[in-house]
Design a protein around this ligand. Structure first.
Ligand SMILES: Nc1ncnc2c1ncn2[C@@H]1O[C@H](COP(=O)(O)OP(=O)(O)OP(=O)(O)O)[C@@H](O)[C@H]1O
Ligand SMILES: [Mg+2]
Length: 236
């Protein structure tokens, strides 16, 4: 049984049919990437998994449990955290307060402090800035904070929505390196990216989504050399 399984999932915004029968799986321990153009349905797929957008047909199953029965905050409890698109940190709160918010599902005070230290070791910049109000962090620092906050829930599965967006190339390299490290520590990752090349460099497998449908899936190596992927997403 896969850790996460979407089967023929349909999601709508009003009468806009955003996901038209998405099926995908993520196995425990994997980095799986979902690549596609603007408006293809990548964020909608993540929102459907995390329960922010409720699917109208099909099924979403996590560790054997049907997620349609749970509200979004319960889905966090089950072990799924999302790093939202555009970062979404609490701008008025400090770095430290944002990290504490990320642990809202937990009560183990001592371990929460250990995890804050762990986030600081992944992102030393956040440690230097721990008392700074988050709205004044740079874009890259906010991305680090959003990732750190999601990790504070100790997720089994981390959903990441375009972590490279708006970052300078050197920061993109460092955030992708961190994603690999997080995965090596045991967290399974579903990574949405427009930067298909970077995503395929760190992922085990991938799916290509077009206008709400999966049009291709393969291991990352094969996707990198696939003609359609190269023409549409890798600029060849
Ligand atoms: N809140 C909303 N209300 C209405 N339509 C929406 C809403 N959010 C997304 N959509 C529509 O759903 C479709 C899929 O959008 P989605 O945000 O999932 O795309 P995406 O692949 O994440 O794109 P991008 O790369 O630009 O972030 C698009 O046609 C979009 O216009
Ligand atoms: Mg998106």
């Amino acid at each position: 049984m896969a850790m996460l399984e979407l089967e023929n999932v349909h999601s709508y915004y009003g009468n806009i049919h955003a996901l038209k029968g998405i099926s995908l799986t993520v196995e425990q321990g994997e980095i799986v990437t979902l690549i596609g153009a603007n408006g293809a349905g990548k964020s909608s797929t993540l929102r459907t998994i995390s329960g922010i957008l409720r699917h109208r047909a099909g099924s979403v199953t996590f560790e054997g449990q049907d997620l349609s029965q749970y509200p979004a905050h319960k889905i966090v409890n089950l072990g799924i955290s999302q790093v939202p698109e555009g970062r979404g940190v609490f701008a008025q709160l400090t770095v430290m307060e944002n990290l504490e918010m990320g642990a809202f599902v937990r009560t183990d005070k001592k371990e929460i402090n250990d995890d804050i230290d762990h986030v600081f070791s992944l992102f030393p910049r956040l440690k230097e800035r721990q008392n700074q109000v988050s709205g004044t962090l740079s874009g890259g620092e906010q991305q680090m904070l959003a990732t750190g906050r999601a990790l504070m829930a100790r997720p089994k599965l981390l959903l990441m929505d375009e972590p490279s967006m708006g970052l300078a190339p050197i920061l993109v390299d460092s955030i992708f390196e961190t994603i690999v490290n997080i995965n090596k520590e045991g967290t399974t990752i579903l990574l949405v990216e427009q930067n298909a090349l970077m995503a395929l460099q760190i992922a085990h497998r991938g799916y290509v989504i077009q206008t709400g449908e999966i049009v291709l899936t393969d291991n990352a190596e094969s996707l990198k050399s696939n003609k359609m992927v190269r023409e549409a997403y890798l600029g060849h």
